[in-house]
Design a protein around this ligand. Structure first.
Ligand code: JHZ
Ligand code: ZN
Length: 412
């Protein structure tokens, strides 16, 4: 069968798609079923994924319009995790030491509810957050954080340059992989980053995703899964050089990348990961075909487990109405007949239904009363925080983890 051809958004190389997930809803577009039309009119797109073997980036090739994903109904509020708050406060503390208070500007692209800039605002540093979703921007503004609602691109960079001047530090966490036109972002950064400034990017890392089989990191919003090689390729096109990286366990394995316009010697850590990427054959399509086989098995094992327990008359719930679980649930065809509800602490999500699979989202506070027989931990990346919290409340369930493989843990 003839495959469609696509051009890599990083390096312009031609490639074909290799995975087809079928029709998918937008992962953060929760459904409010007070109105049945919402279900009937639910937006779906054919999610196809390709890998560019020239620059080693994995990409969703047919990304829905950005306004459909990022708008005033954005469902993700980063401050729901105490662990993530601490993670970003630590970075803020380090960066404040490198800034001249009152003079240097820190710009965050994808500032969400202000989880990171909060520290700078409280300490009186010049800061600006840019985010495309108005509801999260409003939350950060109400907490005293300077933020504007824009899609970041070259034009927004011009606007910021005119109103605020150049930035000493630009930070982009868990956002760069959302932006289809990555070259426009890089061009914008090239304009507004001071010559001696630094750019810091952080997001889920390709090799971790490959190792643990978390294909669910891929959905329309996560339309890139980046590697050192692909980021290096992109930014070098605009005179911005990668010089260091730091690896974290957040979101199932994330990489923090440090870039500068100045030529800085590559750190040992960066060389280590560049070599590791080569060793793990990220320029070979077969690597990703093996990965897909592993992911298919993970989805099948989860589906079979839930089906068996339902047949045995057990109750099965979920915990964490994550964006990534939209990929697993829809791809594995696990629906609301199999998982009767998902518990979550986010006020915006409670009472709504998961996209495509229409599983009711219940307040996490009710979990310790309901005590389902089995609970699939969809927020597996927040495992320690969630299990600790529920243990304190004496919740009774058997936790079901499915990544990297099926694992059961008694809550007590
Ligand atoms: P969590 C998000 O994906 C969205 P998601 C985004 N696209 C992105 O880039 C990645 O993160 C990195 C809930 N929860 O963090 C809150 C509890 O109920 O895995 C969230 O709904 N109790 C921006 O959505 C969900 O779980 C708790 O104690 O896959 C976690 O979502 C905690 C800690 C969380 O990201
Ligand atoms: Zn490429």
């Amino acid at each position: 069968m003839n495959k469609d051809k696509y051009f890599c958004r990083v390096c312009d190389f031609e490639f074909t798609d290799i995975f087809d997930f079928g029709n998918m809803p937008i992962a953060n577009n929760l459904v409010s079923t007070s109105n049945n039309k919402n279900i009937l009119n639910e937006y779906k797109y054919n999610m196809k994924v390709g890998v560019c073997i020239n620059c080693s980036s994995l990409q969703v090739v047919n990304v829905p319009k950005k306004e459909l994903m990022f708008n005033e109904k954005y469902a993700y509020f980063a401050s729901q995790s105490e662990y993530m708050k601490l993670h970003f406060a630590k970075l803020a503390e380090k960066l404040m030491q490198q800034m001249k208070k009152g003079n240097d500007l820190i710009l965050e692209i994808g500032s969400n509810d202000g989880i990171f800039l909060d520290t700078f605002a409280k300490n009186g540093f010049k800061h600006l957050g840019v985010d495309a979703s108005n509801n999260v921007v409003q939350i950060s503004q109400s907490n005293g954080i300077n933020s504007i609602c824009r899609f970041f691109n070259e034009e927004t960079a011009d606007e910021i340059l005119n109103s605020f001047g150049k930035a000493k530090i630009i930070v982009i966490t868990n956002t760069m992989h959302h932006i289809e036109n990555c070259q426009s972002v890089a061009r914008g950064i090239e304009k507004i980053l001071e010559n001696d400034g630094i750019l810091i990017i952080e997001d889920p890392y390709l090799l971790d995703m490959y190792e643990i089989g978390s294909i669910e990191q891929v959905y329309a919003e996560h339309n890139f899964i980046w590697s050192l090689h692909s980021y290096k390729y992109l930014f070098e096109r605009f005179g911005i050089n990668l010089y260091d990286v730091e690896h974290f366990k957040t979101h199932g394995g994330s990489m923090r990348y440090f870039f500068s316009k100045k030529a800085i010697n590559s750190s040992e850590e960066m060389i280590k990961y560049l070599n590791l990427e080569i060793k793990n054959k990220i320029f070979d399509v077969n690597t990703f075909l093996d990965f897909q086989k592993n992911c298919d098995q993970i989805c099948k094992d989860l589906h079979d487990f839930v089906s068996t327990k339902i047949k045995d008359g057990k109750t099965v719930a979920g915990y964490g109405a994550t964006a990534k679980s939209a990929t697993t649930l829809n791809y594995s065809k696990i629906n609301n007949k199999m998982i009767n509800c998902i518990y979550d602490s986010t006020p915006f999500k409670i009472g709504k239904y998961t996209p495509g699979t229409h599983i009711k989202i219940k307040n996490a506070d009710q979990f310790s009363n309901d005590n389902p027989d089995y609970t699939v931990l969809f927020a597996w990346n927040h495992k320690d925080e969630i299990m600790r919290k529920e243990k304190k409340k004496n919740s009774k369930t058997i936790w079901v983890e499915y990544i990297p493989k099926l694992k059961l843990t008694n809550a007590n």
